[in-house]
Design a protein. Structure first.
Length: 317
């Protein structure tokens, strides 16, 4: 979407994702991480589990659902819907366009009902804030909120889930980097999290439409042409990153990895939230389960859009 409509809608929805709001959520994120770790350990006395099912999936899902004012009784439905929307090409999650459209209508109807209920009886959550927010006298319509809801719960769940899972796998297979980070967690946390996002790049690509005749990289482009941005390629560009295929937790943050986008009006709205979730998650995992490690190969999502992992076996002592 382009300005001015994009600016109006983003101005409304961004009110729920300011740096101050994310900072205020830090205690909630930490408490949720501790809760899920304790649940994982309690439910798996053998010390082995599927990391996606037991930790990486529930953490971002429960946080974004809590932020949106979604009842706990609906978490399982949200999880199933988001899996289907982003895993539409994977037979395990439906694998058909018809199933994708069916689920999209279900989650859209749910969002509209939630938005209307929150407008009538507002609470202390992002849904209520969004339904009440105004920009130049405009509010989100129930239909606009329905579209935003799908974007927020899907993006706020799936991408962080996969960054967590890829991160555990990368740390397991790069024990020197793991030891370096965890020997001084706070000092290396910022660079390590950026490196996890760069190295995993949960979103593979987006497509854009050329709006005016132009030239890009020596290629002539005409208005109306389609161009594809491969984030995984940019994040492994050897002209930008030294030893681009290596996982280095102390890699400088400049030049910037583009897993959240490359700046501008479409930069990831939830980047600050994702960074806090990832940092707190790995800090709490290290403190509670210092020997946590992956113990097998990832079961990858069949997708050319999301670099997803459906399952990853893990163990701890």
């Amino acid at each position: 979407m382009d300005d001015p409509k994009h600016f109006r809608l983003r101005s409304i929805v961004s009110k729920g994702f300011t740096p101050k709001h994310v900072t205020d959520l830090e205690d909630i994120i930490r408490a949720k991480a501790k809760e899920i770790i304790n649940r994982m350990v309690t439910n798996n006395p053998s010390g082995t589990a599927d990391f996606v099912e037991q930790f990486a999936g529930p953490l971002p899902l429960e946080i974004i659902c809590s932020m949106m004012g979604i009842p706990e009784s609906d978490y399982a439905s949200i999880f199933e819907w988001t899996n289907t929307i982003l895993g539409a090409s994977d037979p395990e999650f439906g694998g058909t366009y018809e199933r994708l459209m069916e689920v999209s209508l279900e989650i859209f109807a749910y969002a509209q009902e939630l938005g209307e209920r929150s407008r009538a009886t507002p609470g202390d959550d992002i849904t209520s804030a969004l339904m009440a927010a105004e920009v130049d006298g405009d509010r989100l319509s129930p239909q606009e909120f329905g579209s935003f809801f799908i974007l927020l719960v899907v993006a706020g769940n799936e991408t962080t889930r996969n960054a967590l899972t890829h991160g555990l796998y990368a740390l397991t297979h790069n024990p020197g980097q793991r030891d370096l980070w965890f020997s001084n967690f706070e000092s290396h946390a910022k660079t390590a999290i950026e490196e996890i996002v760069r190295y995993s790049t949960p979103v593979i690509h987006f497509r854009r439409t050329v709006t005016a005749d132009t030239e890009l990289g020596g290629q002539q482009l005409a208005a109306g042409d389609k161009v594809v941005l491969f984030y995984s390629s940019a994040n492994r560009d050897e002209r930008v990153f030294d030893e681009a295929d290596n996982f280095v937790v102390t890699r400088p943050t400049q030049p910037t990895q583009v897993g959240f986008g490359a700046g501008g009006p479409h930069f990831c709205l939830g980047a600050n939230l994702a960074r806090r979730e990832l940092t707190i998650a790995f800090e709490e995992l290290h403190q509670a389960l210092p020997n946590l490690r992956s113990t097998g190969e990832p079961d990858y999502l069949q997708s050319n859009f999301i670099n997803g992992i459906k399952r990853l076996p893990c163990a701890w002592n």
